[in-house]
Design a protein. Structure first.
Length: 671
């Protein structure tokens, strides 16, 4: 199985917009010496009624029971190949968590219904967060990501416990690091047995800090982890839980009848200038859109897309039929989402529902049309950590509901836009794909997670973009993968229109002092050299040497700003294929992107690597390719209207290959 198929055991279903990847099964069964469990769940993953979950923290050995199984106890099992700790219960179960000693001592961690995280089984695993467990202890969900929230306070205590175990056993080197931690070994179970008595959920949330610290001290000293440390970990986890790629299904071929148990056949982003959008209404101006956005490890969401607007010219019976007509005959318009905070919030799981913001403005796509206002996604709630439904039929399938009420409709994915003073509105069916995970310190070595010795992040480099159309100038773009795993530009201070001495390369590369200053920039994104930089991506996960073909990191990027010129809208590392016509062979392919860090990891601190010391390959070990969906559809339109010079220009920017060179100023550092 290729490495791209282990992004986590999370994958998308088979869509009209087919997404590469097959995903892993649940973790191997490893019975514990002092536990009755024989598996990490009461049911077999991907069978009817079974919900397999992935814990947001890579925590091995967390005990749990499923209410439908009165005989067995289970434990989360961390699988390094999958990069996640998993478990499973039946969809209607209540799940109870606890930490069990060698014999009868235990710390009880409350109960909550599985339906809180998933109503139906899908291929992509829903995340079960430490805040979900805290909600089971506290008796209610967190209302806000704040240390003053009652449920967050419980989660802080839980994180202090986990991090203290990690520090005590030297599985982490600082109290804020997130790495695989095992609490299921014989030594840990024996030591846990030394606590003076059972700790109930009421005691877990109700004891004073001193009394709780004293109660668990025979096992672990949680004074080594502060509340501030723990809240930082919770914030990181919630951002990681939300970070992923998001895109609608492309509704070229959907029909009223096709939905299917595979949760495919949705309509994507569709609408019109009327109250009801009927395919057979030739007087309506329809709008169809598509986009890919991503949320990074700092919680910012950005991306690129396109839309078509027009009337159906021939008889059609489905919205998919209307869309297919528009794509063949109407010139597409580019949409750009600059970095925003109004996307899916980790607490509310909803778009435009951020309890930390006083003003809810919706998630906005700027539209490259002087007559059009931004397209605004006004609402939508994520279910199963997987999908947003825009219409009743699909909402029912996601939630298992037989009927919907007005409150349910507030969860639908909806959007609106003003164009030429005319109101357009419609629905949005959306998929969350390729969620990210923690970054293993065996591979992703930064000053934050090594106790001493060499570390390699932040990693400064230049990306060299070549175009399939050789008449287009190559672009050299400076980037940095920062200590947190996010990616931003790292361009030098010069006009971006300037080419190099050969006149064939657009030079936006790293400057001579480009490796100095802060790698993580403030909200202005202006660096130490007073150069405006831009968020462009994040790392998906790190593949360890114990995993499939390890010591690599996967990266994903979207270049979504006019500053990138011929690369505006470029997509890198998305592992997606966008079908562009009823012919299954017509598609836009965006492959994977993996950086091999073996040579850097073998270097001593202060080492000066060669520019090509980090091989950059896709999951098939071929050169990394990039693609631009907007440019590709402009190419389709250019074939229809050969006189359109703008479309002809964009048709040259459809894609190409990427080379990765370490920046001349980069070196391996030491702590």
């Amino acid at each position: 199985m290729n490495i791209n198929k282990y992004k986590l055991p999370f994958v998308a279903t088979a869509l009209v917009m087919a997404l590469s990847g097959c995903g892993g099964e649940s973790a191997n069964v490893i019975p514990e010496v002092y536990d009755e469990s024989t598996a990490n769940g009461s049911c077999k993953a991907r069978t009817a009624g079974c919900v397999e979950f992935a814990l947001d923290y890579p925590l091995n050995g967390l005990n749990f029971t499923c209410s439908s199984d009165t005989k067995n106890r289970f434990t989360t099992l961390f699988d390094p190949n999958g990069g996640a700790a998993t478990g499973a219960c039946k969809a209607a179960d209540k799940i109870t968590f606890f930490l069990q000693g060698e014999k009868d001592k235990k710390i009880e961690l409350g109960t909550f219904p599985m339906s809180n995280i998933a109503h139906v089984s899908v291929a992509q695993l829903p995340r079960l967060t430490l805040l979900d467990i805290a909600a089971g202890i506290q008796g209610r969900a967190a209302q806000k990501l704040s240390p003053d929230d009652a449920t967050v306070k419980v989660a802080i205590r839980l994180v202090r416990l986990i991090q203290a175990v990690g520090l005590q056993s030297q599985q982490i080197v600082n109290a804020r690091d997130i790495q695989p931690i095992s609490i299921g070994g014989d030594a840990e179970r024996k030591k846990l047995e030394q606590i003076t008595s059972l700790i109930t959920p009421e005691q877990f949330k109700g004891l004073s800090d001193k009394d709780f610290t004293d109660a668990v001290k025979p096992w672990v000293d949680i004074s080594k982890v502060s509340d501030t440390d723990a809240f930082d970990v919770i914030t990181q986890l919630m951002r990681i839980t939300t970070a992923a790629v998001y895109q609608p299904e492309f509704s070229l071929f959907s029909s009223k009848e096709v939905l299917g148990s595979a949760l495919s056949g949705t309509e994507g982003l569709v609408g019109c200038n009327k109250e009801e959008c009927k395919a057979e209404d030739k007087s309506a101006t329809h709008l169809v859109g598509h986009f890919i956005v991503m949320t990074d490890r700092q919680g910012k969401t950005f991306g690129s897309g396109l839309q078509w607007r027009g009337k159906a010219e021939t008889d059609v019976t489905s919205i998919g039929g209307v869309n297919a007509q528009l794509i063949r005959k109407v010139k597409p318009v580019q949409m750009t989402a600059l970095p925003q905070d109004s996307w899916i919030h980790p607490i509310t799981k909803a778009i435009n529902n951020n309890p930390d913001l006083t003003t809810q403005t919706g998630f906005q796509f700027n539209v490259d049309d002087s007559n059009a206002q931004p397209l605004i996604v006004t609402q939508g709630k994520l279910f199963n950590d997987y999908m947003i439904a825009g219409k009743e039929r699909f909402y029912k399938l996601l939630t298992g509901k037989k009927e919907v009420n007005e409150e349910d409709k507030k969860n639908y994915g909806l959007w609106q836009q003003q164009i030429n003073s005319e109101s357009f509105k419609g629905t949005l069916d959306l998929y969350k794909i390729y969620p990210i995970t923690y970054l293993d310190s065996k591979v992703f070595k930064s000053e934050n997670n090594v106790s001493s010795g060499a570390y390699i992040f932040p990693l400064y480099a230049d990306l060299i973009f070549k175009f399939t159309d050789s008449s287009v100038n190559t672009v050299k773009l400076g980037i940095v993968i920062d200590r947190n795993g996010d990616i931003r530009t790292n361009m030098k201070a010069m006009p971006v229109t300037v080419t190099d001495s050969s006149g064939t390369i657009i030079d936006m590369s790293t400057g001579t002092n480009g490796c100095s200053g802060a790698d993580v920039l403030g909200s202005s994104m202006i660096d130490i050299n007073n150069v405006q930089q831009y968020r462009i991506g994040t790392t998906g996960r790190a593949f360890t040497s114990s995993g499939t073909d390890g010591n690599k990191i996967s990266i994903r990027m979207i270049l979504a700003d006019k500053v990138f010129q011929s690369l505006d809208g470029a997509l890198i590392g998305m592992n997606s294929s966008i079908q562009t016509s009823p012919n299954s062979g017509d598609s836009i392919v965006i492959g994977g992107a993996l950086l091999n860090l073996n040579r850097l990891l073998a270097m001593r601190s202060g080492g000066k690597p060669a520019a090509d010391d980090v091989p950059f390959k896709d999951s098939a070990d071929s050169d990394v390719k990039w693609a631009n969906s907007f440019a590709s559809f402009q190419s389709i339109y250019s074939a229809i209207d050969s006189a359109d010079e703008d479309a002809k220009k964009w048709a040259k920017f459809t894609g190409g290959s990427i080379q990765f060179n370490l920046a001349p100023c980069y070196e391996v550092k030491t702590k």
